[in-house]
Ligand binder design. Structure first.
Ligand code: GAP
Length: 513
């Protein structure tokens, strides 16, 4: 794991300075682990959501979308297992009085060992140069084999202890590994306790009659309880999927790392209903397909990896994370879970309503199994923001800050910049702006020298800047500057729309399985 905490700090300050993300209720000193999306952030977030929706719903004939309510009948959460099992194991350090997730302390310890492995690899690359074979090195170098075995032993033991609810052993593991509190530096730990992550709320006006509700901790249950409604009204045939995006709420105890772990966040989930016994095949297909989707964004194949779970959630028979290399290391971006028939079976039992599918080919009814893909929209946002933010040294030795966001996701596609604020140039630029805004999200800026305006657009990731100058008045041409290469083309006004469309075209053909 190569940590790049300075980079992470600059991502956070860039997000604020350029109107992407603000701390919630900032004038009241903020609310911990809750954030607001600002004027540029909301555009990027909407574009990511739309891209996911297009590739998931529009590109699949057998996937439809819904938008279910945040508030649900309280029995939903009893049936789903969240009331009893949606817990995090917590441990306090007696000296710093800080609270930690016990499993995260152990995982962070393993991440440090991974950092050592990366260092060994980097040294070897230097030593062996072009002839270096990474795979072979990892499999034969005794130090790396030792490190990997240590990680695997620790994580297996952690998974087993959590599975068996053996919290004492989780504590023992922390003690044996001599893990210290990052704040106090001491090993003075309390026992490990389980803590439920759901936020409670009340429905009803009077205190005696109010019903206790929960804010949904995942969007998936809104899909499960609507499974039969959608299947029947949409005449869906198995295999088929139901997708939705929306807010989820978790009372995260260790909420840090900016928008990576928030108390209010947004998920983009898809439940794929399949014939029982075929779920293992579908699970593999969706793993492959989702990885392809991520890699196709062009943020570097090496920045992604799978992490297959040893400890499975109460509903799953297989699970894997797609991890992304954030500035603070490889962390979960998306989960792919084979949820068996657990949820539908539970809802059938708790509601007393049949949730079965009649299979016309088999001439029998059954409860389908489910393969779920679940991605955090905010994490995807953070992945894109942190990967795109670059400090570049230019030929004239000045630097520029540029957000190299994939153009189809950028908040604005085009900025209209009249070279000067006179001679009729602003009017021409505004006319172009008014035409282009029918098709794209465009912005207009006439303040300061054009070079400074280019920098402002670079910093928010606008892929094209159009400059209207005096020549425009003579021959109806403008210059169009591309963000990444800073190359400028001179093109006729009549060709602008086509030029931009061709350049920012979006490829949603990536997710058909
Ligand atoms: N329905 C399955 C489910 O909710 P999960 O692994 O708990 O599974 C899925 O969450 C995704 O939601 C994660 O991969 C992550 O991207 C996102 N996520 C989970 N908790 C989050 C949090 N506190 N803040 C931001 N994103 C979160």
């Amino acid at each position: 794991m190569s940590l790049n905490l300075d980079k992470f700090k600059s991502v956070i300050s860039h997000a604020k300075e350029y109107g992407f993300i603000f701390q919630s209720s900032e004038i009241y000193d903020g609310l911990s682990a809750v954030y607001d999306y600002a004027q540029n952030g909301v555009e990027l977030k909407n574009n990511i959501r739309q891209y996911w929706w297009k590739s998931m719903v529009q590109m699949h004939d057998n996937i439809v979308g819904i938008d279910s309510a945040v508030l649900m009948h309280p029995t939903v959460w009893k049936a789903s297992g969240h009331v009893d099992a949606f817990n995090d194991p917590l441990i306090d350090n007696k000296d710093s009085k800080k609270r930690y997730r016990a499993d995260v302390l152990v995982e962070d310890y393993c991440a440090k060992i991974e950092g050592k492995i990366e260092k060994e690899i980097k040294k070897a690359i230097k030593r062996f140069g072009d002839s270096f074979d990474k795979e072979q090195f990892i499999n034969t170098n005794s130090r790396i084999i030792g490190y990997n075995k240590k990680i695997s032993d620790i994580l297996s033991r952690l998974a087993k202890s959590l599975e068996n609810e053996d919290l004492e052993d989780v504590r023992n593991l922390i003690i044996e590994l001599e893990i210290v509190c990052p704040i106090s530096g001491s090993k003075n730990w309390t026992d490990v306790k389980q803590f439920n992550l759901m936020f409670g709320t009340k429905l009803g006006a009077s205190a005696d009659t109010a019903t206790d509700l929960f804010l949904r901790p995942e969007t998936a249950q809104g899909i499960f309880v609507n499974f039969l409604n959608v299947q029947k009204t949409g005449r869906m045939k198995i295999p088929f999927g139901i997708a939705q995006t929306g807010k989820a709420f978790r009372n995260e105890i260790v909420a840090r790392q900016f928008i990576f772990r928030m108390r209010e966040f947004e998920q983009m989930e898809m439940q794929f209903f399949v014939k029982p016994v075929t779920q293992a095949d579908w699970y593999e297909k969706w793993k492959e397909s989702r990885m392809k989707w991520h890699v196709s964004l062009g943020m570097g194949e090496d920045n992604y990896r799978f992490h297959d779970h040893e400890k499975l959630a109460h509903y799953a028979d297989a699970a894997s994370d797609i991890e992304f290399k954030f500035p603070f290391g490889f962390k979960e971006l998306e989960g792919i879970h084979s949820r068996t028939d657990f949820d539908l079976k539970q809802h059938q039992e708790f509601s007393g309503k049949k949730l079965q599918y009649y299979d016309n080919e088999l001439k029998e009814s059954y409860i389908p199994c489910v393969v779920e893909t679940s991605i955090g929209l905010d994490r995807m946002f953070l992945a894109i923001l942190s990967n795109s933010l670059k400090e570049e040294v230019l030929e004239n030795n000045t630097t520029r800050t540029v957000l190299k966001i994939p153009p189809f996701l950028s908040p604005y596609k085009v900025a209209l910049l009249p070279l000067v604020k006179k001679d009729g140039l602003p009017q021409i630029a505004k006319d172009i702006y008014n035409t282009l805004k029918l098709e794209f999200n465009v912005t207009y800026d006439e303040k300061d020298a054009v070079g400074r305006r280019y920098r402002r657009q670079d910093a928010i990731g606008t892929p094209y800047c159009i400059t209207v100058d005096h020549q425009t008045k003579d021959d109806n041409t403008i210059t169009i500057r591309e963000r990444d290469s800073m190359q400028q083309d001179r093109i006729p006004l009549t060709e602008i729309e086509k030029y931009i469309k061709d350049k920012i075209s979006f490829n949603p053909t990536l997710l058909t399985i």
